[in-house]
Ligand binder design. Structure first.
Ligand code: SF4
Length: 217
């Protein structure tokens, strides 16, 4: 683990929660706000995290596993089993690159909410993530679509990386896949150090028109 944020009202919908940050990621998005976590090594073992969570039983509703990319860690599933056994709800923030991990989490009922990052369509995926993981992301989406778990899809928008047309294509593709929930567009702010040194960009007209999120139903 990289670190813990002991309290958040913003990261787990309708729940009080803490965030457990996992070091490392299998993508390298230029706009990533967490370069220390993506490139860093874990500072914490599971023991202090477990002790912290035990001290928060009946005080917090949930635990968010974030990063970095938490699903690349083989310990994620055993950790999730322990956290659920302590009585917490679990949320996973993921780039969708490990569908087999999502499938196991769902089969064992170890997760209650998932935030899935939709980086771009396949043609832009390498440019944005420096990875070829679009098909893995697509598989993750398909697994979530046939599950009963609550989940959301979100895209970080930087005008230099995604055009109005790209965002239109992504929205149509999501809808054609059968997604009918909220599709969140997060404007890249450029107020923090990023992995690729990306700077502030203006909001696209599209973001302004769609006022942060679109409901695709
Ligand atoms: S923004 Fe990209 S590089 Fe950063 S944690 Fe998410 S997937 Fe990894």
């Amino acid at each position: 683990m990289f670190s813990i944020s002991p309290f958040t009202l913003l990261d787990f919908p309708d729940r009080t929660a803490c965030i457990v940050w996992f070091a490392g990621c299998n993508m390298r998005c230029g706009y990533c706000y967490n370069p220390e976590i993506v490139l860093g090594k874990g500072k914490l073992g599971w023991e202090p995290v477990r002790d912290f969570l035990l001290s928060r039983r009946n005080l917090l509703d949930g635990v968010v596993f974030s990063g970095g990319e938490c699903t690349i860690h083989s310990q994620l599933i055993p950790f999730a089993r322990e956290v659920k056994a302590m009585g917490f709800e679990v949320k996973i923030d993921t780039n969708g690159s490990r569908p087999e991990v999502l499938r196991q989490l769902l089969e064992e009922r170890l997760v209650d909410y998932i935030a899935l990052d939709f980086k771009s369509m396949a043609d832009n995926y390498w440019k944005i993530t420096r990875s070829n993981l679009f098909l893995a992301f697509e598989k993750s989406l398909e697994i979530l679509l046939v599950s009963s778990v609550r989940f959301e899809v979100r895209t970080t928008v930087h005008a230099a990386l995604l055009s109005h047309q790209d965002l239109d294509k992504m929205g149509i593709w999501l809808r054609d896949k059968g997604y009918t929930g909220n599709y969140f567009l997060q404007h890249f702010k450029g107020d923090k150090k990023t992995l690729g040194g990306m700077r502030e960009c203006r909001k696209t007209d599209y973001e302004i028109e769609s006022s942060v999120w679109r409901n695709l139903s």
